[in-house]
Structures are given as C-alpha cells and as structure tokens.
Design a protein around this ligand. Structure first.
Ligand code: UT7
Length: 336
C-alpha cells in the first residue's frame, strides 16, 4: 500500500492595511531609504493598527484560505500556529483563533520556531495526515513583529513587518503529490545572536526589564547573516541530493525573506534563474513565520505553480532554527 502524503489544498494570506515605507522609518530612526534597500532589499512593510492582534491577522488569512476551498471551519481537525508573537503568553493563539473562526471540532497549539516556525509546523501537521489520524490540518504562519520591535534601534526595527499566511493540509488523492521530504535543524548555541530576553520565566516583566528594553528583538545581524547564508543553502543542497534531484528540477524556490542578500546568495549557490524564485521582502519585509506561506500563496495566485511543480522551501531564524522542504504541488494552476 502506498504511503498517505499530506498535500496543500488551500492557501490564504493577510497583511494589515497600514503601509510603512523606508522614508517613514527614516523619520523614526537615523536611517535612509537607500541604506535599507541596498543592505536588505526592503522597500516597505505592513504594520497593525492599535487594537489589532496576531489572531485577527491569522483569522483573516484562514478565512481567505478556506473560502477558496469551500471548507467550513467546523471541519478542521487540528490548528497549528507558528509564531513568536502570540496574542498573549496563554491561552495559545491557536485556541483564540479556534474560537474566532468557529472551528468547534479542532484542537490546536502554538509552535515557537521563529522564522522556521512555518516549516516546523508544516512538518508536524503532516505527520497527523500521513498517519491517517486526520483529514484537515490547518497550518498558520503568523507574526506581529511590530509588537516586539525597539523603534530606537535602527539595526532591527527596519527589518520586520506584520502578516499572516495559512495553508490547509489534506491527504493527497494522487501518489507522489504533496510533501516529499524535509530537513529540520536547530542549534541552541545560536540563541545568543537573536533573542527577546524579557517576559519569560527567566526575566519576568518588571519595571527593570522594561527600562532595560528587554521586551524587544535583540540581534547580532552579522553573525545571523553568516550562518543563514551557509545553512539555508546547505539544507537545500542536502535535501535535493538525498532525493536524487538537482536544482534544475526545482520549479519554484520559496525562501524565508529576511534579507535579499541572503536569498540571492542561496539562489546563486543553487544556480536558480530569477523566474523560479519567490521574493516579496521588498513589499512586506521580514514577517518571520509568515514569509513562506504568504510567498507561496502569492505565487500560486499569480499562476506560478501548476500541478506537479516541484517546490523547494527554506528557512533560517532564531534558535538557531533552519530547514528545507520539498513538495510536489497538487493543485491545478490558479489563473492570474
Ligand atoms: O529572520 C531572522 C533572521 N535574521 C536575519 O537573517 C538577519 C541577518 N542579518 C542581516 O540581514 C544584516 O546583518 C543586517 C541587515 C541586519 C545589517 O546589515 P549588515 O550589512 O550586516 O550591516 P552591519 O551590521 O555590518 O552594519 C554596517 C553599518 C554599521 O555602521 P558602521 O559601524 O560601519 O559605521 C551600522 O551601524 O551600517 C550601520 N547601520 C545602519 N545604517 C543606516 C545598521 N543599521 C542601519 C540602518 N541605517 N538601519
């Protein structure tokens, strides 16, 4: 009997309406449009308005995905939310979303994998399908990075944006379509290069933690950059090699969007032409767990994917966490 594969059957995305350009950022910190474009590839990002939260963005992305597939939320078995910016420490954002969208039957949990959160969650959710336990697993990659940015630190606040992407996993009805393989890794020694120290059990919120700006993203950009370039490419190469594939077989490469220079370095190493690479960092900046599902959704809706296309996804982020995933696209092309 052939193995049940998990395949993506619906996709959705939501970015908040408020656009924040590089010029807007230059009014807040000592930076310039030129520096941000040249060093990162970012032109603008989206940010929530007061009163909006992670679960609001997620619910909109989920509704967008389920509407396309005509699936009712009450049919969902499981919701996995990849995020580092939940609505609150607990209950989980998955529980808040479950109630918001009316997914009465589903249980769910949040998964903290930073920029690799979406791939971690996709691999986790796929297990429930492959083991024939569930038929409909919803994966959300979502972050409100503006809620943890220090708008006095020009080295981090210009890099991130807010957004959410959602995909539905179902059993594939055809052999060899769906998730083929993945490599997921972490190395806790990298934790010191990208972290948010305040608010957890080690440094609970206090006047002191607030005064010391411990509730914000702290990053040693150069070190993160160095490891991202190496490990994202290596995870792709290793995954292709062990599946007897080369980059020539890849129809679409969907890398995490942290810095255009990191993306380009992996693209050069994989020798991929630009038409086979998804880039949206210019419009949305780094939305952490949302970059890959939002990029995938846009690519599908622009007609860049057809049934049978080989998709390669790759990520690198805080932890360090990183990974790559191969999937054989199972949906008919969406007409632009
Ligand atoms: O998704 C999570 C994973 N995160 C990443 O993958 C991020 C990885 N790192 C990066 O993308 C890059 O390291 C950054 C974009 C964060 C920084 O770029 P860089 O080319 O590594 O710059 P740098 O840190 O080496 O700084 C170069 C100069 C410094 O000035 P001096 O010391 O040469 O005088 C910085 O102070 O650029 C300065 N600088 C800025 N100047 C204008 C840093 N940030 C800014 C800024 N505007 N926003």
């Amino acid at each position: 009997m052939s193995k049940t594969r998990a395949t993506i059957t619906a996709l959705g995305v939501y970015f908040p309406e408020k656009r924040v350009t590089n010029l807007d950022m230059a009014k807040v910190v000592n930076t310039s449009d030129e520096w941000i474009r040249e060093r990162t590839g970012i032109v603008e990002r989206r940010m929530i308005q007061a009163g909006q939260s992670n679960s609001d963005l997620s619910a909109k992305a989920i509704e967008d995905a389920l509407r396309d597939r005509k699936v009712d939320p009450s049919e969902l078995d499981l919701i996995i939310v990849a995020t580092v910016t939940p609505d609150m420490m607990f209950p989980s954002t998955a529980c808040i979303i479950q109630e918001k969208i009316g997914a009465r039957k589903a249980w769910g949990f949040d998964l903290s994998g930073a920029c690799s959160g979406f791939l971690y969650a996709l691999a986790t959710g796929a297990q429930f399908i492959q083991n024939n336990l569930y038929k409909k697993v919803l994966i959300v990659g979502t972050d409100v990075m503006s809620s943890i940015l220090n708008f006095e630190d020009r080295t981090t606040c210009i890099l991130f944006g807010d957004g959410a992407g959602a995909v539905l996993l179902e059993p594939s009805t055809e052999d060899n379509l769906g998730i083929l393989d993945f490599i997921l890794r972490s190395d806790g020694a990298g934790g010191k290069f990208l972290y948010m120290p305040g608010g957890g059990s080690l440094h609970p919120a206090s006047h002191e933690t607030v005064d010391k700006k411990m509730h914000y993203v702290h990053q040693d950009g150069r070190n993160v950059f160095k490891f991202a370039v190496k490990w994202m490419s290596e995870a792709c190469e290793e995954l292709l090699r062990r599946n007897g594939l080369t980059s020539e077989d890849v129809s679409l490469y969907v890398p995490h969007q942290a810095n255009l220079r990191i993306i380009n370095s992996s693209v050069e190493r994989l020798k991929l032409p630009p038409e086979r690479v998804v880039i949206n960092i210019d419009r949305y900046a780094n939305t952490t767990a949302a970059t890959i599902p939002s990029g995938l959704t846009e690519a599908y809706r622009c007609g860049r994917l057809k049934k049978g296309s080989l998709v390669l996804m790759a990520s690198f982020g805080a932890g360090f966490t990183w990974g790559s995933m191969l999937l054989r696209w199972g949906l008919e092309p969406k007409k632009p």
